[in-house]
Write a protein that binds this ligand. Sequence first.
Ligand code: SAH
Length: 393
Amino acid sequence: MKTIQLRPGKERSLLRRHPWGFEGSIAKGKADFGETVRVVGSDGGFLCWAAYSPSSSIKVRAWSFDEAERIDAEFFERRILAALAVRERLGIESNGVRLIHGEADGLPGLIVDRYADTLVAQFLAAGTEQWKGVIADALLAATGLAKLYERSDSGVRQLEGLPPVTGWLRGEGPTTVELLESSWRLTLDVAEGHKTGYYLDQRDNRRDFAVWVRRLKAQRVLNCYSYTGGFSVAALAGGATEVTSVDSSAPALARATAHVVLNGFDPAHHTALDADVNATLRQFLKEGRQFDAIVLDPPKFAPSAAHAERASRAYKDINRLGLKLLAPGGLLATYSCSGGVGPELFHKIVASAGTDSGVDGAIVARVGAAPDHPQTLCFPEGEYLKGLLVLKR
Ligand code: SAH
C-alpha cells in the first residue's frame, strides 16, 4: 500500500472530512491510476484511504476516513446498499431515481441513475474507473436489476486522462425507457439523452410547478430550456392551455411534443420552438407577448466560480427578459445549476434583473435539487441547483 503524505497545515480539509486532496497539498508520494492509497498528515497520522488520480489536480479522493475499513468489493457493496437505503426512505413518486450521487454517497466520481428497470452510470474519476466491474456487479446485486448502461461521456473524464466510454456494461436491450414521474409518462433514451438521459434533479420542482400553475390559473406558460418538456407536461397538468417549449435540441423537442400526446393532453395546447432562448425572449418582447408563468432552466452557465462573472451577466439577461414578459401577477420559476453561482449570488442576479426591468416581485419559494441528489455537510461543492419562484407584482 502506497502512502501519500500531505504538507504541514494541509490536513485540515481532510480532517473535516472533505473528500478531496489537491496536488498542492501533497508533500510526497505517488501511485498508479486509481490505486488505493493511505493518505497521512505531515506527522504521519492516518487521514483516509483514497483513490489516486495521476493526471487530475484533485490527486486523491477519499473512500473512507475509517482506518479499520478495507477498500475491497465488500466496501463498494456496503456503500451502494447504504445509498439505496436512503433512497428507500425518501418516498420518491417516480421510478426515475438518482441512486448514487458521488461524494454525497461516499463514492466520489460515481453517478448512478435508475430509470425504471435500467441503470445508467457515469464513472468520472480514476478510482471509480478502476473499480468499475466490481461496482457494476454490486449495483445489479443491490437493485436486483439486470441492465446497466454506461454514460461515461462527461467532459470531466478528460481531467483524469480518460476517454469517453458509452454502451451496455451489463445486460442489453432497448435504450428507450418510459418513466412514471408524478403520474406523468415521460420517455428518455439512455444512449442519446443529455447526461444519463434525463434531469431527475428537477423532479420535485416540476411537480410543484404544476401546483403553482393550477393555483394561479396560469393559461399561457413559457418553458425555456425545456429539454423533453417535463415542465411543459407539468403546466398542462396544472390546467394551462397555451404552453410553449423552447429548446435548441430538436430531438429533445420531438420528445416534448410526443409527451403531450402520451399524457392525454390536447396537442393544440402545446407549441415546440427549436430556437435560441435569448433570441426568442427578445422576439416575444418585440411582439408584445405576455405569459402567466415562465420557466427558465438553462444549462450550466458557470462550470466553476472562475466563470461566475460572465455567467452572472447571462443569467441576469434572461431573467430580465423573463420578468418583462410576465403578465402582472405572473410567476417566474428561475433556476441555476452552476456550482460556481451560489444561492446568494443567484438571488442578487435575479434581484438586479428585476431592478433593470423595472419589475418588483415577491419570492414565494426558494428551492434546490430533489432529495435523491443530497449534499453532505462536508462537501459544499456538491451544492449546484438552486431556484427561485418569483411572483410579479
Ligand atoms: N428543464 C429541463 C432541463 C433543461 S436542461 C427538464 O426539466 O428536463 C437545459 C436545456 O437547455 C437542454 O435541453 C439544452 O438543449 C438547452 N439549451 C442549451 N442552450 C440553449 C439555448 N441557447 N437556447 C435554447 N436551449 C438551449
